[in-house]
Ligand binder design. Structure first.
Ligand code: SF4
Length: 242
């Protein structure tokens, strides 16, 4: 399938979708957003990453704030950083691209900036992989690897963009388009560990109770209900935790 330009959806929405489908709907369909310390710091980190344009460090050229898109997957957005690594002698020319003003061929390598300490976050890996899919479609070269950079620890996590991650990312893009097409916000299915990380927890009303209830009280009850042997632990729509 090839999407029209007008139908492209934000790359960053994939991260929300993988974390919680309801969160993706609240942010992107209902435009609900609540700034907490984590999101403010996260925005600052992203703004810094987008600021500087291009620079060179040895055999690495760094481009910030590149616009990406994939008509095949219906996604678009701005990257934090795309590095271009000079191909080593003997590497096939077809695995790199030509850059203006410099010799040699260069392999694109997306780097996504995240707040906090280095850790494994599947939703972040999907967002990074989506950037790689866009780069591959736009530049016509393979992007086998990228990295997540964690601002608090100043460390990178290298991400191997393997077939499984690519299939997950492609399916996430399909699900995102379904969400935007249907425009139905999923019901809340609170999960204590996930929801307490979510900046929207104070705004995400527990619809399934059918009555007003403080979020804190709701989480206590959801936690109790999701104990061993209780069917309430099931996720809606097969959603993953982060
Ligand atoms: S509070 Fe929980 S259910 Fe609500 S949007 Fe956030 S993660 Fe999803």
């Amino acid at each position: 399938m090839v999407y029209d330009e007008d139908d492209l959806l934000p790359l960053s929405a994939l991260q929300h979708l993988m974390f919680c489908r309801r969160r993706a709907a609240l942010v992107h369909l209902e435009h609900v957003w609540d700034e907490n310390v984590a999101t403010v710091e996260g925005h600052h980190l992203h703004d810094s990453a987008h600021d500087a344009g291009t620079e060179s460090r040895g055999d690495v050229r760094i481009a910030r704030g590149l616009m990406l898109r994939s008509l095949r997957h219906g996604l678009s957005g701005k990257t934090d950083v795309v590095e271009f690594h000079l191909l080593a002698a003997g590497e096939p020319e077809a695995s790199g691209v030509v850059l203006p003003g410099v010799s040699g061929r260069w392999r694109p390598y997306p780097v996504e900036y995240k707040r906090g300490r280095k850790r494994r976050e599947h939703s972040y890996e999907v967002q990074l992989c989506a950037q790689a899919l866009c780069l591959e479609e736009m530049l016509g070269v393979a992007v086998p690897e990228g990295a997540l950079y964690y601002g608090k620890s100043g460390r990178r996590q290298v991400v191997n963009l393997d077939e499984q991650l690519r299939r997950t990312t492609e399916m996430a893009a399909v699900r995102l388009h379904e969400l935007f097409r249907d425009r139905v916000t999923p019901r809340a299915d609170h999960h204590r560990n996930k929801c307490r990380q979510c900046s929207l927890v104070g705004l995400c009303l527990p619809e399934r109770t059918g009555k007003s209830l403080s979020v804190e009280a709701y989480l206590v009850r959801a936690s109790r209900d999701s104990g061993p042997g209780h069917s309430g632990d099931r996720r809606v729509n097969g959603e993953d935790d982060r």
